[in-house]
Design a protein around this ligand. Structure first.
Ligand SMILES: Nc1nc2c(ncn2[C@@H]2O[C@H](COP(=O)(O)OP(=O)(O)OP(=O)(O)O)[C@@H](O)[C@H]2O)c(=O)[nH]1
Ligand SMILES: [Mg+2]
Length: 701
């Protein structure tokens, strides 16, 4: 299937949104209406089957998506390649890499909760990769559903130019169907699973409202499109086809977000959304994709979605499958056939493609070729996530995705020594697949430390080690990923001198350390201001290396020092006794001297926390946030619920879910994500430093 579909009829789309907004439920309906599956299973279904796209056992148990899943389907004569992504921020890399390779997206919103904190995060990711999107206001059947408020939030909170394409007929438990504002027809969804669409006239009592909303839609588009503006200004009716074409242009140009509404769970409105995917989201040829030409100074080249041009593909996700490594690849240019050789641009290695498959959640279907615009998976192609492949005739690389830093870490060890082999196997695999999951060995304590995006992230991997690798682990207390930094300029002038028998060591390094501006992209900068050869050219890189080495471990609590500029402006050398080694050692010592003088401080990750609970618990919730050194950023109330956003240090968030539950009789919910690093207040910092010194002293003994 699908390989014969002309590229103009291909849509590569992702579904992304706040946790629990109904992405997987929506994907399940899409698969059903397109005929890919023949029965609907719910996410937390009592039938024990679970949604197709949540195929991992853990996902079905927890009712959340952990890994993104890919599938493909036909809607009419269009081929839709779909990736369902997780909503929980701990798995944000899954959203990141999906959006990196997709041409369009559906942003799902809850008709009651509206634009939530992760809607904002996901929207930012969509903007980062310039992905045109449709909004789907889901859960129209819920009490308190109000799509008009959500549409206004899209404008106010996300800055979208948005207008409704469909309006609801009724709401809450009387949500019956939708009105298509383009054709001014009512749609009802009949049959056991809403599979029969019945189109009729708009109910008389809704005609006025529908006209008003259509007017709003046309007015919005008239602002963006000259053709529609002409009709609008002349008070003429704009034909549906012209309006549709203008909406498409504006959506692809990222100037407009078409808004649909419905209820995935109640099987209403999904087919119209699918029509919208085809109507308004771009096909692969309508998106500009660039690569960098390594043969020509990294010059940008625009890739053409043309199967006759040299092959270029990006490996965006790896998975360990039953038959070895499964490499998900987006083909941007050219064509790759089974048996072809392709070249990995990161290491020049030539590899043969033994097998190409299309993914349908956890199933695979073999195909013989992958063309520009396709998203496929390859077997037996060893590589790292983010590697670019070509046919070898060109040397193009594509930029990879944004990988956020880890904020939390944990010491782990296998419970049973005999599982040590599986323990390291599992860790190897997980770090290869997930760039936000990191493992390192702490030399001093001889412990294995895993770090990641949050407690749930690490928990899931420990659980998977147990289930998939038969290796139970013992874990220490989760630890926050602190950083250290400097708050002012600190000078150094250090002479390293050592005489041991024959040749000695001599190096002198002078300069200063200072804070980088807060918006600096790099966390470390090295500046050489030496004039007149006080330190010979060949030893300058050793100074840089020494500083970087020293910055790995700050002297306050042993965490990496970030946000610094190290400047050297003077020094001295000795014709015989100076060496790379001597300058490196001198730089390490000089760094420590400068660091102490630069008023160092500890940085801690601060999270943006969004809490929702019934109004009567507001006092208790705010009290808990204050106790945790939190700062309330905003509070809103609607329909007897309040939503409060706060910034709270991550270290104070351990155990919060239990506390919130007990303060709200189990009715409160919260989500959190990394916001920024902030300086730890002096009292806490002093205590942390004292503890670190004590520990260091006892380790020395
Ligand atoms: N009332 C109502 N509930 C819905 C609707 N769509 C989904 N749900 C429910 O919302 C819950 C979450 O649905 P999911 O589809 O797992 O949401 P998700 O966005 O995939 O969640 P994550 O992948 O974990 O972020 C489930 O209990 C669904 O049954 C809807 O239209 N109406
Ligand atoms: Mg899901």
């Amino acid at each position: 299937m699908a390989s014969h579909v002309p590229i103009e009829k291909v849509r590569n789309i992702g579904i992304s949104a706040h946790i629990d907004s109904g992405k997987t439920t929506l994907s399940e309906r899409i698969l059903y209406y397109t005929g890919r599956i023949h029965a609907i299973h719910e996410v937390r279904g009592k039938d024990g089957v679970g949604a197709k796209m949540d195929s991992m056992e853990l996902e079905r148990e927890k009712g959340i998506t952990i890994q993104s899943a890919a599938t493909y389907a036909m809607w009419g004569d269009h081929n839709i390649n779909l990736i369902d992504t997780p909503g929980h921020v701990d798995f944000t890399i899954e959203v990141e890499r999906a959006l990196r390779v997709l041409d369009g997206a559906i942003l799902v919103l809850c008709s009651v909760s509206g634009v939530q904190s992760q809607s904002i995060t996901v929207d930012r990711q969509m903007k980062r990769y310039r992905v045109p999107r449709l909004a789907f206001i889901n859960k129209m059947d819920r009490a308190g559903a109000n799509p008009y408020r959500v549409k206004d939030q899209l404008k106010e909170k996300l800055g979208h130019n948005a207008a409704l394409i469909t309006m609801p007929i009724g709401a809450e438990d009387r949500f019956e169907g939708i009105v298509d504002l383009l054709t001014m027809q009512a749609w009802y969804f009949e049959g056991a699973n809403g599979e029969h669409v019945k189109k009729t006239n708009i109910p008389a009592e809704l005609v006025e409202k529908a006209k008003e909303l259509r007017h709003e839609l046309v007015a919005t588009i008239a602002d963006l499109d000259d053709k529609v503006a002409e009709y609008f200004l002349n008070d003429q009716e704009c034909p549906a086809d012209e309006l549709r074409a203008a909406i498409r242009r504006a959506t692809i140009a990222l100037k407009f977000t078409p808004v649909f509404c419905g209820s995935a769970y109640k099987n209403k409105g999904v087919q119209r959304l699918l029509d919208g995917v085809v109507e308004f989201l771009p096909n692969p040829t309508e998106v500009v994709n660039e690569a960098h030409d390594q043969n020509n100074n990294e010059e940008k080249v625009v890739l053409a979605s043309d199967p006759t041009k040299p092959f270029v593909g990006l490996a965006f996700k790896l998975e360990d499958g039953r038959y070895g490594q499964l490499t998900y690849m987006r083909v941007y240019q050219g064509r790759a056939m089974k048996g072809d050789f392709i070249v990995n641009m990161s290491n020049g290695k030539k590899v043969k493609i033994p097998r190409i498959v299309r993914m349908h959640a956890d199933e695979m279907h073999d195909i013989n070729e992958a063309n520009a615009g396709d998203i496929v998976a390859l077997f037996g192609v060893e590589c790292a996530s983010g590697d670019t492949f070509t046919d070898g005739t060109v040397k193009y690389t594509m930029t990879s995705m944004h990988v956020p830093d880890a904020v939390i870490s944990l010491a782990i060890a296998p419970k049973d020594k005999s599982a040590a082999n599986n323990f390291s196997k599992a860790l190897n695999r997980f770090t290869k697949e997930d760039p936000t999951f990191r493992v390192h060995r702490d030399e001093e304590s001889a412990q294995t430390i895993i770090s990641g995006m949050g407690e749930l992230h690490l928990e899931i991997y420990m659980e998977r080690m147990k289930r998939e690798y038969n290796c139970e682990v013992i874990a220490g207390k989760p630890q926050v990923a602190y950083r250290e930094t400097v708050t002012q300029r600190g000078e150094f002038a250090y002479t390293h001198k050592k005489q041991t028998g024959g040749s000695g060591q001599f190096a002198r390094v002078c300069g200063y350390i200072e804070p980088l501006p807060p918006d600096a992209v790099q966390q470390y900068e090295f500046v050489d201001e030496i004039v007149g050869g006080a330190i010979p050219r060949e030893f300058i890189p050793s100074c840089d290396k020494g500083f970087q080495e020293a910055a790995k471990k700050g002297s306050l609590i042993g965490f990496p020092v970030v946000g610094i500029r190290c400047v050297i402006n003077d020094g001295a050398f000795h014709a015989v006794d100076s060496s790379d080694m001597a300058f490196r050692t001198a730089a390490i010592m000089a760094f420590r001297e400068g660091y102490a003088a630069a008023k160092p401080a500890i940085l801690e990750p601060v999270m943006k926390v969004e809490i929702q609970a019934p109004e009567e618990f507001q006092g208790a919730v705010v009290g808990q946030i204050n106790q945790r050194r939190g700062v309330i950023v905003s509070t809103e109330t609607r329909e007897n619920y309040f939503v409060c956003t706060a910034e709270v240090p991550l270290n104070e968030m351990f155990g919060y879910s239990t506390d919130l539950r007990s303060a709200t009789q189990g009715k409160g919910e919260y989500t959190m994500e990394f916001a920024k690093y902030a300086i730890v207040p002096k009292a806490q910092a002093d205590a942390m430093i004292a503890e670190y010194q004590k520990k260091a002293a006892s380790e020395r003994r």
